[in-house]
Design a protein around this ligand. Structure first.
Ligand SMILES: [Ca+2]
Ligand SMILES: [Ca+2]
Ligand SMILES: [Ca+2]
Ligand SMILES: [Ca+2]
Ligand SMILES: [Zn+2]
Ligand SMILES: [Zn+2]
Length: 447
């Protein structure tokens, strides 16, 4: 049916780009939903172009479950890069280690910079009140030459809600971002998108304001930091948060923009970069439809605008299983095709992700963790899940149900019997016991 529609379009409009017709729905199963830090529901919504449709509502505590937050400010000018985060300047990513702080007067060619005492100890904000006063655009003079950091413990009970159309609606004109960091008159949203861990891709950090106040508010190695209004948020995609590695050479997927179009990393597997990005940093291909590639991490930027309609209004909860495949819109990556659902068998070379794991081929799903590779298969699993971990000496595997309850925990386990597990979705967490890095992946048990 779909194909016939395309052919008709093609016949009527000979110059029409067929690939341009591909639209990939948002896949809610790619989010690290645990019912606590990330919670997804479906709701009725109205988009900026007037379309009434269905949206995913993502409620997030802005607490990443796939990596640690911090550190941001090193303690002493002798500290190495492990003690601090990063700074973004002129397209480059700099480690905020002790040497960076020591060198700031030279780096910025301004002798007013002196962020450490005679013992080399770095002046750092120390309380929630300091964080509130210093981590905003109007920094007081008392915070001159302070490294500003807000700790996770300062933010409690905060949630952010993001509403994203299930099916993106591509427009003919891009929408400029609104709010701080957007162009004058930009009427769109300020938030760019959401990573799979529920942390937002935010507007560019106001680095000039920060520097003009002779403060430094570093980002951690994941490109994130905290303020009391937004909680933890990203200003750069450094490749730390969960990514979905693609079957082909294409860059991995890292989340969704607020218009529902997917966001991918900047660089392809072979190190090449897309050369045909539009003004928003988007382009098309047959597999992924229209999608974005994030800017370089050092640019303090994700995407430049959105080319799809965004939700302006949201309504009441809606539970839908339009294709009657037994998977509601919350657990179905295409609710208009009963052959696509988490229990389906993947078919190669058809540009369809039959089993909703975010991967368009039947190759073993392999994920990356701090230079290691982790393969979990099959997914969905009926009796035994193979856990093939390469490049990690000791790891802990924990499994949580969708209510966040721990149902399994064991170290260095290469296979898992799922016979006693109930049918349903689970989150598998693999932690490298040496580096502390974590990978989270959703699997479906189906017998
Ligand atoms: Ca369905
Ligand atoms: Ca379906
Ligand atoms: Ca397929
Ligand atoms: Ca798949
Ligand atoms: Zn920020
Ligand atoms: Zn691409």
């Amino acid at each position: 049916m779909k194909k016939i529609t395309y052919l008709l379009f093609g016949a009527l409009m000979p110059c029409f780009n067929l690939a341009a017709q591909t639209v990939q729905n948002v896949n809610p199963l790619l989010f690290l939903e645990d019912g606590t830090n990330v919670k997804i529901t479906t709701i009725a919504c109205t988009l900026s172009n007037g379309t009434s449709t269905t949206c995913y509502q993502i409620i997030s505590t802005s607490t990443p479950t796939d990596h640690d937050m911090g550190p941001w400010c090193p303690n002493n000018i002798s500290d190495d890069a492990d003690a601090g985060g990063i700074w973004l300047e002129d397209g480059e990513v700099y480690d905020v280690d002790g040497a960076f702080i020591k060198n700031m007067a030279t780096f910025y060619n301004d002798n007013n910079w002196l962020m450490y005492d005679s013992l080399g100890n770095i002046y750092t904000t120390e309380t929630q009140a300091d964080c509130a006063a210093a981590a905003n655009p109007n920094v007081g003079a008392e915070y001159r030459n302070f490294c500003v950091e807000c700790l996770p413990s300062y933010v409690t009970g905060l949630t952010q809600t993001y509403v994203i159309p299930v099916k993106p609606v591509k427009l003919t004109q891009p929408i400029q971002f609104g709010g701080m960091g957007g162009p004058p008159g930009g009427g769109g949203p300020s938030v760019r998108g959401v990573a799979f861990n529920g942390v937002r891709f935010d507007a560019p950090a106001p680095v000039n304001n920060i520097l003009n106040a002779y403060t430094l508010a570093p980002f951690d190695d994941a490109g994130g930091h905290i303020n009391l209004m937004a909680g933890y948020h990203y200003h750069a995609a450094t490749g730390v948060s969960t990514k979905i590695v693609q079957c082909d050479n294409h860059a991995p997927m890292i989340g969704y923009a607020l218009d529902g179009h997917a966001i991918y990393a900047h660089t392809n597997k072979d190190g090449t970069e897309p050369t045909d990005l539009d003004a928003c940093l988007g382009h098309y291909d047959d597999t992924r439809g229209y999608h974005y590639h994030v800017d370089y991490a050092g640019k303090n930027n994700f995407i430049n605008c959105i080319y799809g309609a965004y939700a302006t209004n949201s309504g009441t909860a809606a539970t839908i299983d339009a294709d009657n495949d037994g998977f509601s819109l919350l657990n179905d990556c295409n609710d208009n095709n009963a052959a696509v659902n988490p229990n389906a068998v993947e078919i190669d070379d058809n540009n369809i992700d039959e089993n909703c794991d975010g991967i368009f081929c039947s190759a073993v799903s392999t994920y990356e963790l701090a230079g290691a590779s982790i393969s979990l298969y099959p997914n969905p699993v009926s009796s035994e899940l193979t856990v093939a971990v390469k490049g990690v000496l000791d790891y802990r595997m924990r499994i949580f149900d969708m209510n966040g309850r721990l149902v399994y925990e064991k170290d260095n386990q290469s296979a898992l019997s799922t016979e006693k597990m109930l049918n349903g979705a689970y989150i598998i967490e693999i932690t490298d016991l040496n580096s502390g890095q974590r990978l989270m992946k959703k699997i479906v048990v189906s017998k």
